[in-house]
Design a protein around this ligand. Structure first.
Ligand code: SF4
Length: 430
């Protein structure tokens, strides 16, 4: 399969504007601005079945159609914060295929009637921001961005904006707060950004990978796009593969490819010939799946992954081999989530502190089985009780590992394989 989003791997120098244009680059944007109504672009994206690649998997065209047409101006904001541990796909797209990504931003802006778009990048991407600024300047020089495009009335400006490197700013409302110059903390929803977004105006927030699909959908058509992936999850996906695999990296494959194919055929299998133990399909915020045959043969799409007890999310596949004990792994994730909790709501602020503290105790052989039960109790009191998804995310690895890899914890705290009845773990939905 030829790459769609990682086209730089097939087409040398596609990151140069002249080469991108030789490969029909910006034809879709020109066609849209000169010959299509904005709603026609939205309908086309809706018909393609493209789903947001940032994690939620919501219909992109549907989201665009929610933009409030009774309030103006409209904005497009690109979520290029990419801070999920294990995720490194957007960076490659922006660095190596920048004009396809920018054309996607431009098509989105045209479709929703926005004349200003912002690309919000995580603080560590400062070199990438400078590179995108240079690409944007080149587009303005070539007359592809700016005022009165293609002799018509449509005008568009794109600006980059660097965050300070806080994970929470990948949450779309915290991102908007940060972009407005405030503390990066989530807003209570509703209202949602398509009606109340940047500066209180209707705003579409989309992920980098999502938008990079759009030029080829407009250029090659809905049927072509639907020729990849599954009926409910069409298209390809860039899977960021990391952990105990021989060949970590980004792999663009049709949605619906199995974990087994990604890990063993493309990723070269497990390092040092060890056995696979678990998979985290959505980075650090993911539940841990027991890597048995059923899980390995599960198609990686938005419908199938929940059947083995996790979400596809951003598809940052972290592979865990048999040498890893889960107490170590959840201690690592809790360090991350405690550090990144923005502190706005009590269950997350206090819960992540206590979960880190307890995982620390367990990992350093200072815990009893009661600590494991207490850890699970704290996690179940955080889950579902927070303002934003970070609170839930912080509990996923903890709850799933205690439930599905109980033996690791029993060994760690010196318990027999079957704990006494009064020390049983509660059932916590995962
Ligand atoms: S859940 Fe955590 S990160 Fe989200 S608003 Fe509450 S304290 Fe902040």
């Amino acid at each position: 399969m030829n790459e769609i989003l990682l086209r730089h791997r097939d087409i040398k120098d596609i990151g140069q504007l002249s080469v991108y244009r030789e490969h029909e680059g910006f034809d879709a944007f020109k066609r849209a601005v000169t010959g299509m109504k904005p709603d026609e672009v939205t309908e086309m994206v809706k018909a393609s079945g493209l789903r947001g690649r940032g994690g939620a998997g919501f219909s992109t065209g549907m989201k665009w159609s929610f933009i409030d047409k009774n309030a103006w101006p409209h904005y497009v904001v690109v979520n290029a914060d990419e801070s999920e541990p294990g995720t490194f796909k957007d960076r490659e797209i922006m660095e190596s295929n920048p004009f396809q990504f920018l054309e996607g931003v431009m098509l989105c802006a045209y479709a929703v009637g926005a004349h200003t778009a912002y690309i919000y990048l995580r603080g560590e991407f400062w070199e990438l921001a400078a590179y995108l600024d240079a690409c944007i300047a080149e587009l303005e020089k070539e007359g592809l961005l700016g005022d009165g495009l293609f002799g018509g009335e449509y005008s568009l400006r794109i600006h980059t904006h660097l965050g300070a490197g806080a994970y929470i700013c990948g949450e779309e409302t915290a991102l908007l707060e940060s972009l407005e110059g405030k503390l990066g903390q989530p807003r209570l929803r509703p209202p949602f950004p398509p009606s109340f977004g940047l500066y209180g105006k209707p705003t579409i927030v989309n992920n980098v990978e999502t938008l990079a699909n759009v030029p080829l959908i407009v250029q090659k058509g809905v049927d072509w796009f639907r020729g990849f992936g599954t009926e409910k999850s069409p298209g390809t996906k860039v899977f960021s593969l990391s952990g105990n695999v021989v060949k970590p990296g980004n792999y663009e494959l049709p949605l619906g490819t199995t974990f087994r194919e990604l890990i063993y055929t493309h990723g070269g299998g497990i390092t040092d010939g060890r056995a696979i133990k678990a998979i985290m399909p959505a980075g650090a915020s993911s539940s841990l799946i027991v890597a048995d045959d059923k899980a390995l043969d599960t198609p990686m799409d938005y419908e199938s992954v929940p059947s083995v007890g996790a979400m596809l999310g951003s598809a940052s596949i972290i592979v865990v081999d048999e040498s890893v004990s889960m107490d170590w792994l959840i201690n690592k994730t809790m360090h991350f989530f405690q550090h990144e909790s923005c502190g706005k709501c009590t269950p997350c602020r206090e819960g992540t502190y206590w979960m880190r503290h307890l995982t620390e105790r367990i990992h350093h052989n200072q815990a009893t089985w009661d600590d494991v039960i207490l850890l699970q109790d704290v996690a179940s009191n955080v889950k579902g009780k927070c303002l934003c998804a970070l609170g839930d995310f912080s509990t996923e690895a903890v709850i799933s590992s205690i439930t599905r890899f109980r033996g690791d914890f029993e060994t760690k705290v010196g318990m027999p394989i079957s704990a006494p009845a009064d020390a049983e773990l509660k059932e916590v939905s995962n």
